[in-house]
Design a protein. Structure first.
Length: 335
């Protein structure tokens, strides 16, 4: 995590006042582990929904926790930025993990995580046959992921954004190399799958948000790496989505697009809701240039031999044209 920012006396006092109550301190410890809904926190703490909601409201107003909506649900997590964020983490680090109250809360949290994993597993099982068929038509996922890793190269990143995160696999690969990582998906069911997967990987620097890829609920000018993996073929306006993605890049940041080359498998449109039957190289490169990006590279990964219906996976890389030294004059804007 980045170093904590200095804060005013008023901010520190407000944070201390918000954290200085036993239930709210228990909430901070839980939300440092994983993002949780009000109903999940009610089940863990054994308190009423109005009481838990009131505590969460105070913590959010003080900047110690953040809240984001996902359909009918609201998820809370410990703040990872802002003047008060470091205060909460410092306090949590000083709590004895063997304290009986904290230990009991964490034991009940294990049950919540097991419930999430079971729900995600049921959904994934219901979709697995369709996904397996599509995967069998193109290069193995390991080959695609190796190519992405080679493109990204070595090093550590400040922030990574995964658009249409699906099962969260790209976050699982990239989040360990970032200070923070954010995944966006329109589907609450897919976010449940991703949440369970990332919790099993013990990745605490990841945030998952429900959102529209055409109107992203994230900061502008903030991400070193933005990846759009097997998403564009579902969209009516892929160029618009890439323009929106480009706005989230920091100076010199890179946009990686993974999708299919042009093909004639109408069954993917009929059975899997694909809107586009792949993209020509020049189409995506044109979208990138229209978004103000420099096109850096293009790669094609051939399908397995012996497969009658074949899909070529294409990977494009674009880069924000601004130089790194310009970043200090940019004001981050919330989408």
């Amino acid at each position: 995590m980045p170093a904590a920012a200095h804060a005013s006396l008023d901010t520190i006092l407000a944070g201390l006042a918000a954290a200085g109550e036993v239930t709210r301190l228990r909430l901070l410890v839980l939300l440092a582990e994983v993002e949780l809904t009000v109903s999940e926190l009610v089940a863990i703490l054994g308190q009423s929904q109005p009481r838990v909601s009131r505590h969460l409201k105070l913590l959010a107003e003080s900047g110690l926790v953040t809240r984001h909506r996902e359909g009918a649900w609201a998820f809370f997590r410990l703040a990872d930025r802002g003047a008060a964020a470091g205060l909460a983490r410092d306090a949590i680090a000083r709590i004895d993990p063997n304290d009986p109250v904290i230990a009991a809360d964490r034991a009940r949290l294990v049950g919540i995580r097991e419930q999430r994993a079971a729900i995600a597993a049921r959904y994934f099982a219901s979709q697995a046959a369709d996904w397996d068929r599509v995967r069998s038509l193109h290069a193995p996922e390991a080959e695609v992921e190796a190519c992405i890793a080679d493109i990204i190269g070595d090093g550590h990143f400040h922030a990574v954004l995964d658009l249409g995160t699906g099962t969260g696999r790209m976050l699982e690969l990239l989040a360990p190399r970032a200070d923070r990582a954010v995944g966006i998906d329109q589907s609450p069911a897919m976010l449940n799958v991703a949440r369970a997967r990332l919790e099993q990987a013990n990745l605490r620097n990841v945030q998952l948000r429900q959102g529209d890829i055409h109107a992203l609920p994230v900061e502008r000018n903030a991400y070193d790496i933005v990846i759009v993996h097997q998403v564009l073929h579902y969209l009516d306006e892929p160029g618009r989505a890439l323009r929106e993605a480009a706005r989230t890049l920091c100076a010199g940041g890179r946009l990686i697009v993974v999708d299919f080359a042009p093909h004639e498998l109408e069954s993917l449109r009929e059975d899997h809701a694909h809107r586009r039957l792949g993209f020509a190289r020049e189409d995506i490169e044109s979208f990138m240039r229209d978004a103000g990006l420099e096109v850096l590279a293009h790669h094609d990964l051939a399908p397995p031999k012996g497969v009658r219906e074949k899909l070529t996976v294409s990977i494009w890389v674009g880069r924000d044209r601004r130089v790194i030294s310009d970043v200090h004059v940019l004001n981050s804007e919330v989408a």
